[in-house]
Design a protein around this ligand. Structure first.
Ligand SMILES: Nc1ncnc2c1ncn2[C@@H]1O[C@H](COP(=O)(O)OP(=O)(O)OP(=O)(O)O)[C@@H](O)[C@H]1O
Length: 749
């Protein structure tokens, strides 16, 4: 716009006095008849000495009349004329008016009374130049510049609206939207408040844009009602575009993809449609063809379904209106059309307002859960599928036989299959489980085992492919998990990815979620303060989340899940990234909640954490439970035997010697792996083996170069590693069917 301010210097055209004196070689002849009274004066003024007077200039019909060349006054027409004649050369730009005026002066002086001094009388003729042609060129260039500004505005607002619209995708992707819904924020309220806030934010930008337009005095957008029309057009563009973006937000996997897609779509819908319509319009103006004009009219109507086209078209129409006005204004014609007229921009305003209202209503009234495929509810008397593990089978039977009266959360054959490019990915397969109040249930499994998908089904983020989950209300009624809020059952959720706003402080987060939970305003400082204290967040509570470390963010996420004393706690790897000290505080907090009657479901990769917190746990492999029970029960069942760790004196490839000798004494021993000079073996539990183990290793300690060694009962971690290797073997055999599935794969220690 600054560059557009650079304009050619305005040319001054001074008024010019018109006299024959401008033509220096002019000669004047006076022929008079009628004596001194000059009642009839014939005047011939000739500009040049040239005797060949241009006959054609006076009358084309007399072009070849020779009499004109010799004696023009003898011509009959001349005789009948008014009595005065002025001849002029048309090549002199001002010759006609100058000489004619001079003639008039002569006539004037002739008619003056002889008593007056004729020198005091006379007609003075001035030319005040219009300069219209140059002015028009300037105006047209100015208008073309303003069309350029209009395109820049379309471009800028495409990017602005895309950046505002993509924030809801971020909310969904990081789980902040789900967290707010779980904490009590309704869908309608979410979309409505989001729209209000985004519109407010957008209108600030509109005001700034209008201020810039006013500052640069772009007449196409500021003249008369144009400023109001521009402001309204920009505002309505946001009003129509934001709900449209909200409706599309679901399909984007990340806010960056959403931003790029929105900007691209805005360009395609805005600039391409404008180019498509400009073609027939220009051709129609040039060729005056009616059918091209019809094509333009039809396209114009069709494309109004795109708010981007409406914005571009509206701004260009304002420029076009201004060009028309500027060109006709100098001729005294006011061709300005009010932009609010229906057949001008009025229809665009109506169209944008209608679109915005309809799309906003659709967004507020429809939510994804309503559009979801009806869930395949299993009946309570469903068939118990034969499972490999007896504990898992026992739990399924308990669930389907209805022995879950004390359980607050019950899952019935919950499954989730994802579809990706004709591939069916089984994330979770038929899990059935009942969790009573006061139990902390742990979900263990390697990456990709299906833990997070189970959580997503429990918090309503994804719908199960089959099966369903119910919760029990305080009255003892079983209701679908999605109706938990309505049924008065509070669910606290700590997502795997921190669903926090980088700009808010810890206090502000807690204050906001306390409000969502419906905690009375006067109790909020106490509730928030208690959580901050329990999770040791005091030092960070007043800092923005952007400055938090990973572990501190996890603490705050857990604190948000605990707001309002939830009945069910869903904790997805709550302690990841925390230091051991913070972990202990977190465990204490969770333990306290569980002891007070809360049912918690926890996923973790820390066996220590599971052993410390979980009353029961299940290990998931490829989406299904492979074992279920208390940590000790699982260790007893699957951790059969002892783990022998041997540290050799020096880093030598001696494990063959040690392994061979150990195999001689204990034929069932399994070599699990080596890390530097550490060797690890699993010895199956047989009567008398423990004493024998000590005896054999002690006797050969020097001979085998053993620095030190340890023998202990197999830990939960080793049980987990065994199951993990099962998942890896399955993966391996899926990728390479030729691989022998019975071949033993040892994981590194
Ligand atoms: N949106 C999705 N589309 C397709 N496949 C998916 C999707 N989400 C998860 N999966 C697949 O489902 C399986 C289970 O994934 P999930 O995230 O539940 O594992 P997880 O046990 O939580 O892993 P982690 O410990 O890494 O969080 C994986 O094979 C994963 O690739």
């Amino acid at each position: 716009m600054g560059l557009f301010m650079v304009r050619p210097l305005a040319t001054e055209y001074p008024p010019l006095r018109l006299t024959p004196g401008h033509y220096q070689r002019a000669e004047t002849y006076f022929f008079s008849s009628g004596g001194d009274d000059l009642d009839l004066t014939r005047v011939l003024l000739r500009k040049f000495r040239d005797q060949d007077l241009p006959c054609a200039d006076l009358n084309p019909q007399q072009k070849n009349s020779s009499c004109w060349r010799t004696d023009p006054f003898s011509h009959p027409e001349f005789q009948d004329s008014c009595g005065c004649l002025v001849w002029y050369n048309q090549k002199g730009f001002h010759s006609l008016p100058s000489y004619l005026n001079h003639l008039n002066n002569l006539i004037l002086w002739q008619h003056l009374s002889p008593t007056v001094d004729w020198r005091q009388y006379g007609i003075t003729l001035y030319s005040h130049p219009y300069g219209g042609a140059l002015l028009n060129e300037d105006k047209i260039l100015e208008s073309i510049r303003q069309c350029g500004v209009a395109l820049c505005i379309v471009l800028g607002f495409s990017i602005l609206s895309a950046s505002i619209g993509s924030s809801v995708v971020r909310d969904r992707v990081i789980g902040a939207k789900r967290l707010q819904h779980i904490s009590g924020l309704g869908y309608r309220m979410y979309w409505f408040t989001n729209f209000l806030y985004d519109m407010l934010f957008y209108l600030v930008s509109v005001c700034l844009c209008v201020a810039v337009i006013v500052a640069f005095q772009l007449t196409a957008f500021t003249f008369r009602e144009n400023l109001a029309a521009t402001a309204l057009l920009l505002s309505l563009f946001g009003y129509a575009t934001l709900p449209w973006m909200y409706l599309m937000s679901r399909i984007f996997p990340s806010s960056d993809v959403a931003f790029i897609s929105y900007v691209s779509l805005n360009f395609i819908f805005g600039l391409c449609t404008m180019l498509i319509t400009i073609m027939p319009r220009l051709l129609a103006i040039i060729s005056k063809a009616k059918n091209l004009q019809n094509i333009y009219d039809v396209l114009k109507w069709v494309f109004t379904i795109f708010p981007q086209f409406c914005l571009g078209q509206g701004l260009i129409e304002l420029c076009y209106n201004q060009i028309k006005y500027d060109l006709t204004h100098n001729f005294g014609i006011d061709s300005y059309v009010s932009p609010f007229e229906m057949n001008f921009l009025g229809w665009i305003f109506v169209q944008l307002a209608t679109q915005g209202t309809v799309l906003l209503l659709l967004r507020v009234l429809l939510h994804w859960d309503l559009l979801r495929w009806p869930r395949g509810h299993s009946t309570l008397q469903g068939i118990v599928k034969s499972s490999k593990d007896t504990d898992v089978e026992k739990e399924e039977k308990r669930v389907f036989e209805g022995r879950t009266n004390g359980d607050i959360l019950v899952l019935y054959n919950l499954s989730k299959h994802y579809r990706r490019f004709f591939q069916n990915i089984i994330a979770v397969q038929d899990i059935s489980l009942g969790i009573p109040k006061g139990e902390c249930f742990g979900l263990l499994g390697v990456n990709g085992a299906g833990k997070s998908t189970t959580f997503k089904m429990l918090n309503g983020e994804v719908s199960p492919t089959s099966g369903h989950a119910i919760i029990r209300t305080p009255m003892g009624d079983a209701v679908d998990l999605t109706s938990a809020g309505v049924a008065g059952v509070l669910i606290g959720y700590c997502p795997q990815q921190d669903a926090l706003d980088e700009l808010l402080t810890g206090w502000e987060h807690l204050y906001y979620y306390c409000n969502l939970r419906g905690i009375p305003r006067q109790c909020i400082p106490e509730v928030a303060g208690d959580l901050i204290r329990r999770l040791h967040l005091e030092a960070h509570a007043d800092k923005p989340v952007a400055t938090y470390s990973g572990g501190t963010k996890r603490k705050l996420s857990t604190a948000l899940a605990l707001v309002g004393k939830p009945d069910i706690l869903l904790l997805d790897e709550p302690s990841s990234g925390m230091d051991p000290c913070s972990k202990r505080y977190l465990w204490q907090t969770i333990m306290k909640e569980v002891q007070e009657g809360c049912a918690a479901v926890l996923t973790s990769h820390s066996m220590e954490e599971c052993e410390a917190l979980c009353t029961r746990l299940a290990i998931m492999v490829n989406g299904s439970f492979k074992c279920l029970g208390s940590p000790q029960h699982i260790k007893n069942r699957f951790g059969d035997g002892y783990t022998v760790k041997v540290w050799l004196c020096k880093e030598a490839n001696q494990h063959c010697t040690v392994s061979d000798h150990l195999k001689l004494y204990f034929p069932g021993i399994q070599f699990k792996g080596q890390h530097l000079n550490l060797l690890e073996y699993h010895v199956p539990k047989r009567w008398g083996y423990l004493a024998d183990l000590f005896k054999v290793i002690e006797n050969n300690k020097t001979f085998w170069n053993i620095k030190h060694y340890s023998i202990n009962q197999t830990t939960l971690e080793q049980v987990f590693i065994n199951f993990a290797s099962e998942q890896q073997q399955t993966l391996q055999s899926t990728l390479d069917p030729s691989t022998d599935s019975h071949h033993t794969h040892h994981l590194p220690i």
